[in-house]
Write a protein that binds this ligand. Structure first.
Ligand SMILES: [Zn+2]
Length: 402
């Protein structure tokens, strides 16, 4: 496996755990929905891939049904319900069979002013403490707390907040980069420097574990997630990454689960994904199908064109050695190499395509005839690649039998 020569040079001194929130934050994306049966199928595959925690909604009837189906599967992954800091939400989670809940509460004054203009900081703290104690102490649930808008929070307040929820029984604090302004630069200060925040929480609070939930408004969600994991290395025992498949989610979406997994597996040598990455494309396609999300063809790792080659130089290179234009073999993620015929196709790929369709070596004249037909089609203004049937039709026209 030559490609491995270029990976695995880094290692982590922290256990990264994935909290997949495709079925919660992901389906909050406008226009997406998932049936309870499909949600259960998605949860099964998430579990197989090795996600440690699956986050769910449980407020509508369909969500309740999905939660029931998923609990009944008896997965290895923990199942967590999303709650506001309200006893009624926690009661509802308990009714749906959850043993773990994430309690969401803003930590920035932007949110306080908009949502509770008349409440003091202490009143808001009491509100969240009550909810955490109710879930953790009164009902024995495993609790983590989402610090909504952490990257715009006043640190003095956020530190008090984290210590208060730890005291109340929360085991994990989630840094929510709610509007995606987090920075991965270790020099970036609080509140939005992600490494700085991971370190400050360790140094100044007593919460047991830490989590990152990054949004992609600046396109930095994956990098910010990785930055949190790197900053936690050597400092924390474990770090959760809250991500969604395909990056679906509010506005510009979240960090992609599949990207974080492949970064961890290949760049940082995280062995637990060995033999499981081959399911990534299958799960991405299932989620696309089940939610109505159209996967962009050039989506990294799981897009149909993530390993497609069309230009002459690229296809020529890939035919000699796929590593020329691929970081790793597509089979590693369950995807496949596609050599497409289009406006940039040269002789090498057309010869290869004819050979793979007919099993025969075409003559130079035959190749030239096909190339000129293809060129004629594209000089007419066509943009899309040729479909297989269209290419076969051209072969017929120039007298090549299939
Ligand atoms: Zn979110």
């Amino acid at each position: 496996m030559d490609y491995m020569e270029y990976f695995g040079k880094l290692s982590l001194k922290v256990e990264p755990l994935i909290d997949d929130t495709t079925l919660r934050d992901g389906v909050q994306m406008p226009g997406l929905a998932v049936s309870p049966e499909d949600a259960a199928e998605i949860a099964c595959l998430l579990d197989e891939i090795g996600v440690e925690r699956i986050e769910l909604h449980h407020f509508h009837d369909a969500d309740k049904k999905a939660a029931r189906l998923i609990h009944d599967l008896g997965l290895n992954a923990r199942i967590a319900g999303w709650c506001r800091a309200l006893r009624e939400d926690i009661d509802d989670a308990i009714d749906c069979g959850f043993e773990e809940v994430g309690i969401s509460h803003p930590v920035s004054h932007i949110h306080f002013r908009a949502k509770w203009p008349d409440k003091s900081e202490d009143e808001l703290l009491r509100r969240v403490i009550d909810a955490v104690e109710y879930a953790a102490k009164d009902h024995g649930l495993r609790v983590f707390v989402h610090g909504e808008d952490s990257t715009r929070a006043n640190w003095e307040f956020e530190r008090r907040f984290i210590n208060a929820v730890a005291e109340a029984g929360a085991e994990c604090y989630r840094i929510c980069d709610t509007v995606g302004i987090g920075l991965s630069d270790p020099a970036a200060p609080l509140p939005n420097g992600i490494p700085a925040k991971i370190k400050a929480i360790k140094a100044e609070t007593k919460i047991e574990s830490i989590e990152i939930h990054a949004h992609d408004d600046f396109g930095n969600a994956v990098e910010n997630t990785m930055a949190a994991i790197r900053a936690a290395s050597g400092l924390w025992d474990k770090v959760y990454a809250s991500t969604t498949f395909l990056g679906i989610g509010e506005r510009a979406g979240n960090a992609e689960t599949e990207k974080v997994i492949m970064n961890l597996y290949l760049h940082y040598g995280v062995k637990k994904y060995e033999g499981k990455t081959g399911l990534l494309k299958k799960l991405a396609d299932l989620i696309g199908h089940a939610t109505g999300y159209v996967i962009p063809p050039n989506k990294a790792i799981v897009g149909d064109y993530a390993f497609a080659h069309e230009s002459g130089i690229h296809t020529h290179g890939v035919l000699k050695d796929p590593l020329t234009y691929e970081p790793y073999p597509p089979e590693l993620v369950g995807n496949k190499r596609r050599l497409t015929i289009g406006k940039h196709s040269g002789k090498a790929i057309i010869r290869f395509k004819i050979k793979s369709l007919t099993g025969m070596e075409p003559s130079d004249e035959q190749v030239a005839a096909v190339v000129s037909r293809v060129k004629a089609i594209y000089s007419g203004g066509r943009k899309a690649s040729l479909r297989e049937e269209e290419f076969k039709k051209i072969l017929n026209e120039v007298g090549i039998e299939i």
